[in-house]
Design a protein around this ligand. Structure first.
Ligand SMILES: Cc1cc2nc3c(=O)[nH]c(=O)nc-3n(C[C@H](O)[C@H](O)[C@H](O)COP(=O)(O)O)c2cc1C
Length: 183
C-alpha cells in the first residue's frame, strides 16, 4: 500500500476477528511504534500485548477495577468480556520520565504517535484496528493493577485483528475549517 493512500484512507474498525498479526508482521507493527518522534530519546512507551489467555487476564483486571470502583451492575457484568472484542489488545502506556526539557504532555504525545503508527502499520499489512479508551483507561485501579505510577498514563487499548465488514467511508473534511495560513 502506498504511504499516502494509507494516510488518506485509513479507518478504524470496531468489529474485529481473527487473525491478529503474528510473527514477522507483528514485529513490523511493533517496530513502527518504536520509530516515532521522541524528544530527548526518553522512550516513554510501554505496551502489553494481550492475546489468548492474556485477553482473559485483562478482562479479569477490568472486572476487579469495576468492583473496586463501585461501577454499575451492567459495567461489572460486561467487564470480563470487553477485551474479547478482538483477538489481540495492546495496552499502550506512557511511562513518565522526569526531564527538565520534556514535559509529561510531550511524552504522552509521543506514545500517541506510537499508537497511531501501529494502527497504520497494521492497516498497511492488511489488518484492522480500533483505538479505545473508556473508563478503564482512566481508572486508578487499572493503573494500580498494571503496576503503573501516578504520572504514568494509559493512552489506549488498541484492538487488533481483521474484518470482513468494512465501515462506510466518512465524508471528507475541509482543510479550511482547521488550518489557517499566515503568509
Ligand atoms: C485517544 C482516543 C481514544 C478513543 N477511545 C474510543 C473509545 O473508547 N471508544 C470508541 O468507540 N472510539 C474511541 N476512539 C475513536 C476511534 O478510535 C476512532 O478513531 C473513531 O471511531 C473514528 O473512526 P476513524 O478512526 O475510522 O476515523 C478513540 C480515539 C482516540 C484518539
Amino acid at each position: 500500500m502506498q504511504a499516502l493512500d494509507l494516510l488518506l484512507n485509513r479507518s478504524s474498525q470496531p468489529k474485529l476477528q481473527s487473525p491478529a498479526p503474528q510473527g514477522q508482521e507483528l514485529e513490523t507493527i511493533m517496530q513502527a511504534a518504536l520509530k516515532v518522534p521522541d524528544h530527548a530519546s526518553l522512550t516513554p512507551w510501554r505496551f502489553i500485548v494481550c492475546q489468548g489467555q492474556g485477553l482473559h487476564k485483562l478482562g479479569e483486571l477490568f472486572y476487579q477495577a469495576a468492583l473496586t470502583e463501585g461501577m454499575s451492575e451492567r459495567d461489572i457484568s460486561r467487564a470480563k468480556d470487553l477485551p474479547l472484542r478482538a483477538p489481540m489488545v495492546m495496552v499502550a502506556i506512557s511511562e513518565y520520565c522526569e526531564h527538565e526539557k520534556v514535559p509529561r504532555v510531550e511524552q504522552i504525545a509521543s506514545t500517541s504517535c506510537a499508537v497511531y503508527a501501529m494502527q497504520l502499520a497494521a492497516q498497511a499489512l492488511g489488518f484492522d484496528s480500533m483505538w479505545r479508551t473508556g473508563a478503564y483507561a482512566h481508572s486508578k485501579s487499572v493503573k494500580q493493577l498494571l503496576g503503573l505510577k501516578t504520572d504514568d498514563e494509559i493512552i489506549g487499548f488498541i484492538y487488533l485483528g481483521s474484518t470482513s465488514t468494512k465501515v462506510a467511508d466518512k465524508p471528507k473534511k475541509q482543510t479550511e475549517n482547521y488550518f489557517e495560513f499566515w503568509n
